[in-house]
Design a protein around this ligand. Structure first.
Ligand code: FES
Ligand SMILES: [Fe+2]
Length: 438
């Protein structure tokens, strides 16, 4: 069980909080590169509870700054992005992408002190169509060594979708593996799923067995079920520090992807989905099918409609269906068991269920079960890392050694044998899955 104070330790991400300190050891994807236009207006956004601005200067470089001007704290959002920097419209001070002050035009030459003033700026790199930000002190190690980030840029797709709840809650929706046969597939009659469909076993056996353990990058589980003829159907998935998941819903051999649950503030999360276009089961939002090719989770058509982005702090990449319209629940479809939830589409079902818990889970209200062991272990791993950082300064997993992510993959596969040591099965299958896979 997780106490209320442990819950606060896990979920709060502002400066100086235990998890906020952990998060500040990593590069986090904050914006799509395509959101920033050269010399275009600055974009407001939030990251780890801080109000920030991003802008692209005349040379194409991206700057990420605290939105307050270091002179009198006016918002640089109102500023002019001109000739290599962002100029505050209050008294004209101008800052480059590193926060250095280039100009103090309201002061005489003998008064100005621009070399002594800096806007608060964070480190930025662009990779895979994303703007990555590092909000920590000291020289950071590289980006997480996900195999997907080694792929050529034109083979990588990225998507962002905001979720109105805490980052951990959103992430736990991913590693809560037992929900698939209910939330997404509760209406599916096992007889309607073709036996060669990878989801056949998920639907026919809704209470699989699990192995869960720590991994160099965080935690890992394998759900497994007997699959007839002495075979085993495996579904591997990962939690990766500080806020990533790799889901099992793709064919393991080519399922290169990473799913970020990036905290905007304590009650809002940006889902950042990075996936390989050439994966054999590649789909932006996998929609397994049953009877006559009907998608299991509903048509999915309503689920990913986006609202137009606004300039609000939390105005980017929001879904049109949300708590305000009950995520579009169709009670008739629910009653007729056409879609178990009455909510259309797997992503939207996950979105609705995690948002329905409220902005931050009330941990003392929960009753976790043996089927939640991946969640329990992941919380323990996070708390341990946060406490080690606090007490001894030990860097959290992967922060100083991004290569640990390289051996992390998830997905489903059939192995010819029955019961077998699960980590061996994983290592063997990964080794036989070439990188990049053919
Ligand atoms: S507040 Fe920005 S220049 Fe004065
Ligand atoms: Fe789900």
């Amino acid at each position: 069980m997780t106490t209320a104070s442990e819950g606060a330790e896990l979920t709060q991400v502002g400066p100086g909080t235990p998890m906020g300190r952990v998060m500040r050891h990593y590069w986090l994807p904050a914006l799509l590169s395509s959101e920033l236009e050269r010399d275009g207006p600055p974009t407001r956004f939030m990251l780890l509870g801080e109000k920030l601005l991003a802008f692209r200067d005349s040379a194409g470089r991206v700057g990420v700054l605290d939105h307050r001007c270091p002179h009198r704290c006016a918002s640089l959002f109102l500023g002019r992005n001109e000739q290599g920097g962002l100029r505050c419209v209050y008294h004209g001070w101008k800052f480059d992408v590193a926060g250095s002050c280039l100009d103090m035009p309201n002061l005489t030459e003998d008064q100005e002190f621009r070399h002594k003033v800096k806007a608060k700026a964070y480190r930025v790199v662009e990779r895979a169509g994303l703007v990555w930000v590092h909000m920590g002190e000291g020289e950071p190690a590289g980006l997480p060594g996900f195999e997907i980030l080694d792929m050529p840029a034109d083979e990588i797709n990225v998507h962002m979708m905001q979720r109105d709840c805490n980052w951990l809650q959103a992430l736990e929706g991913e590693i809560d593996t037992a929900h698939f046969g209910f939330l997404h597939g509760g209406h599916v009659d096992p007889d309607d799923v073709p036996e060669n469909d990878p989801f056949y076993f998920t639907i026919t056996n809704r209470a699989p067995q699990y192995h869960v353990s720590d991994a160099p990058w965080g935690t890992q589980y394998a759900g497994y079920r007997a699959a007839g003829q002495g075979r085993t159907y495996w579904r591997f998935a990962n939690f990766l520090f500080p806020c990533w998941s790799q889901a099992p819903n793709g064919e393991f051999q080519s399922h290169m992807h990473a799913r970020g649950w990036v905290p905007l503030d304590d009650g809002h999360t940006m889902f950042v989905f990075i996936w390989w276009k050439k994966a054999r089961s590649a789909q932006a939002l996998p929609q397994p099918t049953f009877k006559d090719g009907r998608p299991i989770g509903g048509t999915g058509r309503g689920g990913i409609r986006m609202l137009p982005n606004t300039t609000d702090w939390l105005g980017r990449w929001r879904l049109a269906l949300n708590e305000g319209n009950d995520w579009g629940i169709d009670r008739d479809k629910q009653r007729r068991n056409e879609i178990y939830t009455g909510i259309d589409g797997i992503h939207l079902q996950d979105q609705a269920i995690t948002e329905s818990m409220g902005p931050v889970t009330h941990f003392a209200f929960e009753h976790l079960a043996p089927s939640d062991q991946m969640i329990t272990r992941t919380r323990r791993r996070l708390l341990k890392a946060a406490r080690a950082l606090q007490e001894t300064g030990e860097a959290p997993p992967g922060a100083a050694d991004p290569a640990v992510y390289r051996a992390a993959r998830s997905g489903y596969f059939l192995s010819p044998e029955g019961e077998a040591p699960w980590r061996e099965v994983y290592d063997r299958t990964l080794a036989s899955s070439a990188h990049p896979p053919g």
